[in-house]
Design a protein around this ligand. Structure first.
Ligand SMILES: Cc1cc2nc3c(=O)[nH]c(=O)nc-3n(C[C@H](O)[C@H](O)[C@H](O)COP(=O)(O)OP(=O)(O)OC[C@H]3O[C@@H](n4cnc5c(N)ncnc54)[C@H](O)[C@@H]3O)c2cc1C
Length: 467
């Protein structure tokens, strides 16, 4: 049994590890386009900031660790064609030579590539010339390019295009390196993965750390600045009322999301679904004989929405594990995502799980969202922090649909959102969440856990509305 995985990141490596764990006799080969298998690209902002001292520390496992599990790694090797009928994969090595590799089962984990918004001056890695200081950010190669710009040109200022979670993490990272950051976002508020009410709190945290934020502004052009300008690059954006906005900076980072990398699978005949991602069933089967796929290159099965596209590292790990298991002929199913995520913004954290208010309404629920606050632990014990919560539940059924949290980075925001994620995963009502038996001691919590107080605030509001 020869299993071949394409991609050496979360999905491909998870699949390979699971297959080797379940079937120590399985012959497993992982084809990796670059030389960085199993690197945590989620950690890139923390290497750029200096919190992680060396890029090698971003490896979840070293190459030697991976090989010790019995998998074979083919680094700097690109998969270039899938011969589905012949069960062969064409690969091209770093020496440019093509080779056909026979497989019994193939798992495509080619991931995603950064979206390139239609900005004049943003095509090719050095669109304005070598070392132009304009960057996308997804791979270790992109990271080295950013670090080269930082080390060789010591930029005083940067424009970050996009204020999603990667944009926010990079704003913090560049600020830590003494770079003055301007963040330009085309939506009306930063961090659109939470409701604007919490996005506004994130905005205030960025502003408190000297980030200049322009929202409702779409970047249209990046060009070299005239000599004598305050930065090497000139960025032109348009506001939503049509006004032209001009900024100068020494460096520009474009982080406006990702799109699935599906060229190889599509050329082999794989069906594409939402956002052009590979269509897979919950067993990660593509429908092509003996070809499975997982991670950012596939559609996401969502427990409340059905099919969507929600590329996240946590999801890629789970889907990869399912694919690795099923490639051995077993019958696992990916249980579905809730889009649970958290991001640290300087001293604060924002998290969400399930649906935001508008998403719930668009999905046909009758949502009510109630915002409230509670302390992370008893206020009489030193160091307590207020947490802002938004609970979304269905008015008719009381079902918990979503939760969003914002609070201090030491207020256990990540683990608190996981309480709500667990409740939604198990189809619980808002009231059920309030009934959960959760832990308490004054330095760490309250008799009513904060998210349960959020649930009770929701219940009060719904009862008021029905009176
Ligand atoms: C800066 C940053 C921060 C992030 N932070 C978080 C976070 O905090 N939490 C979270 O859940 N998610 C986070 N993510 C998202 C997460 O990293 C991705 O969801 C995850 O990496 C997806 O894994 P993947 O294996 O599907 O694809 P990718 O990581 O995109 O990897 C694809 C792999 O396939 C290889 N490949 C592609 N084409 C070929 C080919 N033809 N032949 C051979 N190999 C090929 C690539 O070299 C790579 O090894 C972050 C992403 C970034 C960029």
């Amino acid at each position: 049994m020869h299993l071949v995985m394409i991609g050496g990141s979360d999905a491909g490596i998870s699949a390979a590890l699971r297959a080797r764990e379940l079937e120590p006799a399985a012959d497993v080969t992982v084809i990796v386009a670059d030389a960085y298998p199993n690197f945590s690209i989620c950690g890139i902002p923390y290497y750029v900031s200096g919190d992680v001292a060396h890029w090698r520390n971003l490896a979840h496992r070293t190459t030697a660790d991976l090989e010790a599990t019995g998998m074979r790694l083919r680094l700097d090797t690109s998969a270039t064609r899938i011969d589905v009928a012949g069960r062969k994969l064409q690969v091209t090595g770093s020496d440019g030579r093509d080779e056909m590799i026979a497989y019994d089962k193939l798992i495509v984990g080619t991931g995603a590539v950064p979206v390139r918004p239609p900005i004049t001056g943003l095509s090719g890695p050095d669109a304005l010339g070598p070392g132009d200081g304009v960057h996308l950010l997804h791979t270790m190669g992109d990271t080295f390019a950013v670090m080269r710009t930082l080390q060789t040109t010591s930029p005083a200022s940067a424009v970050i295009v996009g204020a999603g979670y990667v944009g926010l993490e990079m704003a913090e990272a560049l600020t830590a390196r003494g770079v003055q950051v301007t963040q330009i976002e085309q939506l009306p508020e930063v961090l659109a993965t939470v409701d604007p009410e919490l996005g506004g709190l994130v905005h205030a945290e960025l502003a408190a750390h000297d980030i200049q934020i322009l929202t409702s502004a779409t970047v249209q052009q990046i060009s070299r600045a005239d000599p004598g300008a305050s930065g090497r690059l000139r960025v032109i954006a348009r506001g939503n009322t049509g006004e032209a906005i001009e900024r100068h900076a020494d460096m520009v980072l474009v982080v406006t999301g990702v799109q699935p990398d599906t060229e190889l699978a599509a050329a082999a005949g794989a069906r594409l679904g939402i956002r052009g991602a590979i269509q897979v069933d919950p067993g990660m089967q593509t429908g092509l004989p003996d070809v499975l796929a997982a991670g950012d290159c596939v559609i996401t099965h969502h427990r409340l929405l059905g099919e969507t596209y929600l590329p996240l590292g946590t999801t890629a790990h789970k889907q990869g594990r399912v694919a690795g298991e099923n490639a051995l002929g077993r019958n696992r199913q990916f249980a579905g995502s809730l889009g649970t995520q958290v991001v640290k913004i300087f001293d604060q954290a924002a998290a969400r799980t399930g649906l935001r208010h508008d998403e719930a309404a668009a999905a046909g629920f009758d949502p009510i969202t109630v915002q409230s606050e509670a302390d992370d632990h008893k206020a009489y014990y030193p160091g307590s922090h207020r947490i802002t919560m938004r609970v979304t539940g269905d008015r008719r059924t009381g079902r918990l649909l979503g939760m969003q949290l914002f609070g201090h980075k030491h207020a256990e925001i990540a683990k608190r959102i996981d309480i709500a994620a667990t409740a939604i995963f198990n189809n619980m009502t808002v009231e059920d969440m309030s009934d959960l038996d959760l832990s308490y001691t004054p330095p760490l919590g309250s008799p009513w856990e904060a998210v349960q107080m959020g649930a009770q605030a929701w219940d009060r509001e719904v009862r008021n509305l029905s009176m």
